[in-house]
Write a protein of this length. Structure first.
Length: 250
């Protein structure tokens, strides 16, 4: 199995969408779920139409960027009226694959695994946890998750059989870093081609496997970088110390 061991950025892991026959830029694909979520909130509030300016403001992007993003899907707005909220939400859902259910397996039933299984947003967005796995004998057999969506922790030895028989399309790795690559290899060998990785390590995968890396420490470091920039810009300008010659002649 040929592996691509280059570092893959989160955005590069998103494949170009082709529902319209045209490729959609990675950055646009990354924003479409945000638009879909906000449109759902508008629909729940009884809002039937929304202008591009209003939708852009709610999504935290510029109106020009939003219009350009949506132009890749087709022309769904009406000049002077705006977008039909439910219709646009459906078109985005169809484009990003939310109009059909997707089976998810989670490997790692620690604190993060607990939180992921308990997250109610999976079901509402078309994702079903079809398997939860761990290697610790004290964890195997526990029933986790919210009432109505509970999952029994299985032995990791059952991973391949569940993936192959349970309609699992996406694998979520919530293990320590030292276990992540082995788990990834097993998922790939079982046929999983989409992986969400929470382990703090870069995975080596074949070219046809998409990986999204979620490293909370990296995200915090990025925020710290921007905080430091703001502090530096707000700090008073400090004059350069005098040169040695200037100090002697002073």
């Amino acid at each position: 199995m040929s592996l691509d061991r280059s570092v893959r950025s989160p955005l590069s892991a998103i494949g170009p969408a082709r529902g319209t026959g045209r490729e959609i830029p990675d950055a646009t694909v990354a924003r479409l779920p945000v638009y879909h979520r906000v449109l759902g909130q508008f629909a729940d509030a009884g809002i039937t139409t929304v202008s591009s300016d209003e939708l852009a403001a709610a999504c935290g992007v510029s109106p020009a960027k939003l219009r350009k993003d949506l132009s890749h899907l087709g022309s769904y707005g009406t000049r002077g009226v705006g977008y039909d909220v439910r219709f646009l939400a459906y078109q985005i859902a169809r484009e990003v694959g939310l109009t059909q259910p997707w089976g998810v397996v989670i490997i790692g039933a620690g604190n993060l695994g607990h939180a992921l299984v308990a997250y109610r947003g999976f079901a509402s967005r078309g994702f079903a946890v079809v398997g939860l796995f761990d290697t610790h004998p004290d964890v195997i057999g526990q029933v986790l998750g919210a009432p109505g969506a509970q999952v029994t922790v299985r032995s990791l030895a059952e991973l391949e059989s569940v993936v192959m028989s349970g309609g699992a399309h996406i694998g979520v790795i919530a293990t320590p870093a030292e276990s992540a690559q082995d788990v990834c290899d097993r998922l790939v060998a079982a046929g999983v081609r989409s992986i969400l990785n929470f382990a703090p390590t870069v995975l080596a995968v074949p070219a046809d496997v998409e990986v999204r890396e979620v490293d909370l420490a990296v995200e915090l470091q990025i925020l710290a970088f921007h905080e430091q920039r703001r502090l530096d810009e707000a700090a008073p300008t400090t004059p350069y110390p005098p040169s040695l010659g200037e100090a002697i002649n002073a």
